[in-house]
Design a protein around this ligand. Sequence first.
Ligand SMILES: NC(=O)c1ccc[n+]([C@@H]2O[C@H](COP(=O)([O-])OP(=O)(O)OC[C@H]3O[C@@H](n4cnc5c(N)ncnc54)[C@H](OP(=O)(O)O)[C@@H]3O)[C@@H](O)[C@H]2O)c1
Length: 216
Amino acid sequence: MRPYVILNAGMTLDGKIASKSRNSEISGSEDLMRVHELRKKVDAIMVGINTVIVDNPRLTVHKIPGKKKDNPIRIVVDSKGRTPLSSRVLSGEAETIIAVSKKADKKRVTQLKKKAKVIICGKDKVDLKCLMEKLYEMSIKTILLEGGGTLNWSMLSGGLVDEVRVAIAPVIVGGEKAVTLVEGEGFNLIKEGVKLGLKRNYPLGEDFILEYEVLK
Ligand SMILES: NC(=O)c1ccc[n+]([C@@H]2O[C@H](COP(=O)([O-])OP(=O)(O)OC[C@H]3O[C@@H](n4cnc5c(N)ncnc54)[C@H](OP(=O)(O)O)[C@@H]3O)[C@@H](O)[C@H]2O)c1
């Protein structure tokens, strides 16, 4: 058994979730409120370590009224245990889980354990299937996956995502070094891709929201 996973991102019309300089302020204030409403409803939010290093996000409910108990558990996928000890995800605002692999330095893991729960899954990269099973056993039944593109690929290609929601902002930034919604190795053929079924679409402020279910 594994948690129900909703992948959510703010994206430019040309599919980027960050510009070439890693600027990721993409969607408007109405969309940020939508995301924070979503955060309030899930058990946990999950991000990749690059997102923590680049954006230093709080990953809490703070754009809408809320209490500390509304903050979901924060999960960072970080094989080597590189999460900076001063990062905002390690603040006392909410619980945090750092998922590492056996590759993580023992001393580093000891330091992280003082500020977060550490789960070890996998030899090299974090084994996401193992992680999902362990999270489910810890009563985490719903996860909001907030990227970035590399983690999105691993989760989607591993069949671990149930829904995809994107806010498309009316802007184009280009850049082959910019981060797209899904990075990684990619599928060879279109027919091998992850198939989606449109559930809902609506304008929100200047953005346009698309909500899909992942077809199994
Ligand atoms: N617009 C949006 O909604 C939005 C949302 C989130 C992020 N972003 C942007 O996305 C960018 C970061 O994306 P990113 O693609 O560079 O990185 P990322 O997905 O945030 O993190 C990827 C890293 O996670 C670690 N990892 C460990 N196990 C993994 C596994 N099984 N599969 C995949 N990754 C694994 C790897 O680093 P180790 O090998 O060190 O473990 C990997 O390089 C930032 O610029 C951020 O601003 C935008």
